[in-house]
Design a protein around this ligand. Structure first.
Ligand SMILES: [Zn+2]
Length: 344
């Protein structure tokens, strides 16, 4: 029986912090990744501890374009630490940070249509953004990136061509419910698919309910999918011989915050529990699953699967998940309003 690789992928990024819309706000660096609350890291620190405890190797897509703003380069130490823990550090880019290359960025932001889009971006511009990431990894003393995740999961043919041109062989740019060009070539729900010389490993998309012919689709994330649903999807994927399942998450999803500046924040018990349950399940079922980095998986020729199966989770699991999520979010807002501001 074939084991299914499960790659937990973490987009590791700083936050514009509302600065584009409101000049009194500033971008947020380390706190958007570590999410320190009462001296404990409830974001990245919590994730690294959980992975270590359950022997999970993950893939961190680390954002580099923020260096246009953060001249002291706080992401360098973060990326090195992740790498030292044995995880994969791969490339993530948000083009909007290039705005800060200009003195008059406040003015420019107002006149630039969709500054964070990869879709529709000029080919050479995309190549230079990717090159900025490759150069950054080299300056950080890390192995060159071999996989890429675009900001907002946006993509077009040019992006895949640009990846091939700069020599990045793997990508995870697609989660159909998050962004879809409308082209059937890019309606990728599962498996691995070569596009313009790059092997795309989409975030798993699944259908969680359907009314008549209409299917509702979701991307497999820690923040949006209960552990009960995730387990069913993993079991189905393994039974169907899907060689690789890609799951999406972010460090800041393990805390609830009242504002982009983290003046009030608390740990997010629901998502933290989901990650722990997932990692424990993968560890307990090593005969069927291999929790490994996406590049390690994609390097194995056994990970080729162009079938593009669409899995579904039973509706009796989505309904309680939605109810619990609404209740928890509502409770979280109440609790945050009654939390003392963080001092650091
Ligand atoms: Zn991102």
């Amino acid at each position: 029986m074939m084991r299914t690789r499960v790659s937990i992928t973490i987009d590791t990024e700083f936050s514009i912090g509302g600065a584009f819309a409101d000049a009194s706000r500033s971008p947020v660096a380390e706190q958007n990744v570590w999410c320190n609350i009462k001296g404990r890291s409830e974001g990245l620190g919590f994730m690294l501890d959980t992975f270590r405890r359950h022997q999970v190797q993950a893939t961190f897509f680390v954002e580099t374009v923020q260096r246009f703003y953060f001249k002291d380069d706080p992401m360098c130490a973060i990326a090195r630490q992740i790498h030292a823990e044995g995880h994969e550090v791969q490339l993530h880019s948000h083009p909007c940070w290039t705005m800060f290359a200009h003195e008059d960025w406040r003015e420019r932001v107002r006149h630039t249509r969709m500054p964070d889009n990869f879709h529709g971006r000029d080919f050479d511009d995309t190549v230079s953004l990717l090159q900025q990431g490759i150069d950054t990894f080299s300056e950080w003393g890390l192995p060159a990136p071999r996989a890429f995740r675009s900001g907002n999961l946006q993509h077009d043919e040019n992006l895949f061509r640009a990846l091939a041109k700069v020599g990045i062989p793997y990508s995870s740019n697609i989660a159909v419910p998050v962004f879809h060009t409308g082209s059937p070539d890019y309606a990728l729900y599962s498996g691995t698919h070569e596009r313009h010389g790059v092997l795309e490993c989409p975030v798993l998309s699944y259908s969680d309910w359907k009314v008549g012919p209409r299917k509702h689709m979701k991307a497999l994330t820690i923040a949006g999918t209960s552990f009960a649903e995730t387990r069913i999807l993993l079991d189905k994927a393994q039974a169907a011989g899907i060689p690789l399942v890609v799951i999406l998450t972010h460090p800041f999803e393990y805390v609830q915050k009242a504002d982009p500046g983290y003046s009030r924040a608390r740990r997010h018990a629901l998502t933290q529990q989901r990650l722990v349950q997932l990692c424990a399940y993968l560890q307990d079922n090593k005969d069927r699953f291999d929790a490994c980095g996406m590049v390690r998986a994609a390097d194995d020729p056994a990970c080729r699967d162009e079938r593009n199966l669409l899995l579904s989770s039973p509706v009796w699991h989505s309904v309680p998940r939605m109810g619990m999520q609404v209740a928890y979010d509502r409770y979280g807002r109440w609790a945050l309003a009654n939390t003392k501001p963080l001092t650091s």
